[in-house]
Design a protein around this ligand. Sequence first.
Ligand SMILES: [Mn+2]
Length: 289
Amino acid sequence: MTRTPPPVSPYTGEQQTLEASRIVILPIPYEQTTTYLKGCRRGPAALMAASGQMETYDDELDGDVSTLGIHTALPVAEHAPTPEAMVKAVEEAVGRFLQLDKFVVSVGGEHSISFGVVRAFQEKFPGCGVIQLDAHGDLRTTYEGSPHNHACVARRIFEVAPFMHVGLRSCCSEEAELIRREGIAVIPARTFLTRPEVAVEALDRMPDQIFLTIDMDFFDPSEVPGVGTPEPGGARWYDALRFLRELTRRKRVVGFDVMELCPRQGEVISEFFAAKLIYRLLGYIHLEG
Ligand SMILES: [Mn+2]
């Protein structure tokens, strides 16, 4: 079977009104600075199409996430002319929904988007911590001339929020030096996979309110091949769920994003994985509280 990822806005799932919804899914199909495989601008549309095919009843939680009310907003920042304009547009869009006391799930798009998202969450939840799940350091000061390249997003976030990174297995020597010098809380993938309790214990040193940013390349490419820069040795589904369940039990997760989904022609595994991840996380956060 071959299948071309659909264009933006084919939201096939049952749409619920904003007023009736606790949850807002915000598609941000922005892609300007990716450096290897292109296509994450098609991530949100592919994820929405997959989610429309998915059961909303959760067999682990014995609950149905659709009872929360899930509204899919119109895409934002797709055509932002510069990275700075994108960050501003994202911050404003997320901020508008946060002002309405919605639980916002942003879906990208390249990872540089997350800085705009985090700024909006910092405004609404001052001092909230950020946990990044990602294969890459993303700690460069600038990359290819921009401080808002996707390879710099963790550096920007680290500058404005208590920060912790889980799943690292690729960085440059300057990033490794920065991590050592600044004592940045980084749990490498090899530690996360052999001693998962280390990541759970590290949560004690983070604020009670947490924003979670997920780069899909955190996961092992055998389960999530649809990313722009795959790295071997990542977390599998149940490795990730064990941590996420502990996280949502111990902290108040105020929002999350899912970035860098890069759909592949003729294959839908990665977008189904990402859609299921969102539903499961919403369940952990809102059906168990
Ligand atoms: Mn990454």
